[in-house]
Ligand binder design. Sequence first.
Ligand code: DGT
Ligand code: CA
Ligand code: CA
Ligand code: ZN
Length: 635
Amino acid sequence: MVFCAAIVDREEKYVSRDGFCKCRIVYDGRGDGYLNRTVTECTANLRTDKTTLAMDNEKIAKVLGQLADLLEFTGANAFRLRAYRNGARKIKELPESISGLIDQGTDLVKLEGIGKSVAEKCIELCQTGRLKQMDELLEEIPATVLDLLNVPKMGPKKAAAVFHELGVENLAQLKAACEAGAVSKLSGFGKKTEQAILEGIAIAVAANERILWSAADKIVTKLRQHMATCKAVGQLEFAGSYRRGKETVGDLDMLATSTDAPGVMDHFASFEDITSTIVRGDTKMSVRLEDEFQVDLRVVPDDSFGAALQYFTGSKEHNVQVRGKAKQMGLKINEWGVYEVGSGDGDGDGETWVAGKTEAEVYRRLGLPCFEPELRESRQEFDWAAADALPELITLDDIQGDLHMHTTASDGRASIEQMASAARERGLKYIAITDHSKRVTMANGLDGERLLNQWKEIDAINATADDGFVILKGVECDILENGDMDIEDDVLQHADWVIASVHYGQNQPRQQITDRIVGAIANPNITMVAHPTGRLLNKREAYDVDLDAVFQAANAHGKLLELNANPIRLDLKDVYLAAAQRHGIPIVINTDAHKPAGFDDMRFGIKQARRAGLTRADVANTKTIQQLLKLIGKD
Ligand code: DGT
Ligand code: CA
Ligand code: CA
Ligand code: ZN
């Protein structure tokens, strides 16, 4: 028997009484929307039997990781833990779907990096949706202990110690234990560790409450697909911080237009990732997905779509200004529309509805431009509007090159040629190969000799290019703990593009870190500083660096600063980017790709740059290669 994937997932509710497949995969959006295929004809997404649930690799990897974490609390053997963690990493990277492979009868053990125990767990997960071992562990150990692992400086060993010895089960209890001084008394902890843990709790709490924009974007994509099959929906948009492109998102605010709100809410309720409904009213509904992430839905009439989109896009602070502007003009604004006050249209409330259908119309009625969502933070947008000087924000299409990436020479997954051809496919005109320097032993960093050889190789590849594509000879050179560069100047001087990075000694005092970075900037062989503050969103604070000093040095020496587009970094962050731009420092938006797909992170960097108000002119890798080389004095 052949089933389409939706039938396998959702059972009979997708089969009509006459046997036609009503899965969304065959929905074509016209007529009644379905292709009138019988279940057996529905070959859109073949499954040959019913043995597996469609569980995606990412989910499988996540569960395996959690299993390893939980096992850690029981003191399980390290070898087993490593097997699960390595397996999880492999599965995440695998191009084929694990559940598909199981369906085809592929022996998972044949895949590199997947052993017998991991393979068994995959099969159990795909067949039953859960792991018996995990359920058993969760009877002994509360799931909230996993949150303890989100505290920086709190490895699994330390987390297990506070759990076993102090009975700490969650972040609130950890905070109380630190404040009471109980943690510092455990062996292997001290006052300093206790203080560091206490400071790190805030990050772990935030990580529970907000997800990365990139993670929100995945949910949005899935929700859009789901909602696209609802015939009751007219327009659909996601407002809130997601639409503003904020680096982390607290919840999603979905807006739909319809004359059939219950129909839209019913359809939303059938979204497969919903774990519970928080509230459901006449036109409003809130649900939780896995990991407690909240999604709000509001159904509005077509005439109010623009007003609602404006209102729910926010930010709150931006809307305060918008309302103030309305008031000045004798108008009133809310999520339903813009109203003239005191001019009653006869319905008795003394107000006349004057705008609301589109966002542009709402802003226009208030004498304001339709601000790009990324600018709506009540920073400078109203001043810019008043001066008719809104920046024309950079777009992905403006990007010509990517100047930070790794290959198999260090910790990347692809060769120079593979990275170059992936860059060409994405329309880029140049790249810089910037593998790690030798200090980063974990990543097989290159010494001077290996670098010089790699650069010869790049010269040879460039010599064969017939389309003008250029590969710059580069390196991501560590700024050592003592401030020296990891690679000698007589090697660096042969490079086209030298990135300086802090990877070690991130806990040094402010002056020391600042001196290291400023010192690197002053080195004539250095072109750019990568991820200048070292933060990892929801994971690690920025190091303590005096950015004013960094900006002044960059400006004085004509050096560039990076906006690292990796969605967990987004470093520099928006307000610092804006400050760097005011100093006239060229920004370089780089993906720091470790494999071809890494190039696709560029869009996250672009969002962040837009939030900072950056234009094409502010970003160095929008230039042609000739202009870029001129900018860095290598022409
Ligand atoms: P988030 O979810 O924490 O990442 O941030 P937002 O901006 O998405 O905030 P959220 O979800 O609470 O509300 C979405 C938008 O709705 C918000 O940006 C502005 C608007 N909004 C919500 N509540 C209020 C309010 O009490 N007053 C005003 N003026 N606007 C509000
Ligand atoms: Ca929100
Ligand atoms: Ca919300
Ligand atoms: Zn890098």
